[in-house]
Design a protein around this ligand. Structure first.
Ligand SMILES: [Ca+2]
Ligand SMILES: [Ca+2]
Ligand SMILES: [Ca+2]
Length: 252
């Protein structure tokens, strides 16, 4: 429930008395919130791997609308805070560049490049993260014409660096080395305990691209935090009044 509706309801029942307001506040909002927090804290640290799934734009992300930081490389660098890369380089717009964003940048393995890119998170760890594979050119040892297809592997790691699982190897690619979008695939992971890093690679190629690196760090909603703090303050005040004597029932 939104903060606006909570306080509208609050204002609507103030004439019923402080005790009624306090009990209703606890039953309708604070107790369910506390129960959810306890369930998350007590539950097993499960992870869900997502993909590969078609991806033509950010709206195709399973995380779209969930408070995600998106690195699309459109300023020519990987420079959003909270993440760093091992392997890869931003690739400027060109006929061979395969960006999710029309005419844009991608992130490239290099030429010759790496067979795996590692993206490591710092600070508050995200609970969801993903990346979009966009293209492969030359396989290792291959000469032109290139097949334009190869195996892709995605793996994610928990807050302690232990693997949360792997997707693939899965064969991707449309046989074209120029920019094309229908083949692009999203890989991702959700893990409430925190994600320390994700890796994506092509064991048989050092000539491939990714784009739309994305991750989300949970933050308490301001309205929820204010409500919780306000409710706890009311509970503390009531406890103090009980300790001091009977709760007055007339006008304050
Ligand atoms: Ca891009
Ligand atoms: Ca592509
Ligand atoms: Ca391609």
């Amino acid at each position: 429930m939104s903060r606006r509706s909570v306080w509208g309801w609050h204002n609507g029942v103030r004439t019923l008395g402080k005790g009624y307001f306090l009990r209703s506040l606890c039953i309708r909002h604070l107790l369910p919130l506390a129960s959810a927090v306890l369930l998350l804290a007590a539950g097993p640290a499960r992870a869900a791997l997502l993909g590969p799934s078609p991806y033509l734009g950010f709206a195709d992300s399973p995380f779209f609308g969930l408070g995600i930081t998106l690195e699309d490389f459109e300023d020519g660098a990987l420079n959003v805070s909270g993440i760093s890369a091992t392997g890869g380089v931003a690739l400027p717009p060109a006929a061979l560049t395969d960006s999710v964003d029309p005419g844009g940048f991608s992130y490239y393995s290099g030429d010759p490049g790496v067979t795996k890119m590692t993206f490591t998170f710092s600070g508050a760890l995200p609970t969801r993260a993903g990346v979009v594979w966009t293209d492969v050119g030359r396989l290792l040892g291959e000469t032109s014409p290139f097949t334009g297809q190869g195996d892709v592997v995605f793996e994610a790691f928990d807050e302690n660096g232990a693997s949360l699982g792997q997707i693939g190897p899965v064969l991707l690619g449309d046989g074209q080395v120029f920019g094309s979008q229908a083949e692009d695939r999203f890989f991702g992971v959700v893990h409430l305990g925190g994600i320390s890093r994700i890796e994506i690679g092509m064991p048989d190629s050092d000539d491939w691209e990714i784009d739309h690196l994305q991750f989300g760090v949970p933050v308490p909603e301001p309205g929820t935090a204010s409500l919780l703090l306000g409710g706890l303050a009311l509970l503390a005040a009531r406890a103090r009044r009980r300790a001091a004597g009977p709760i007055p029932t007339g006008r304050a």
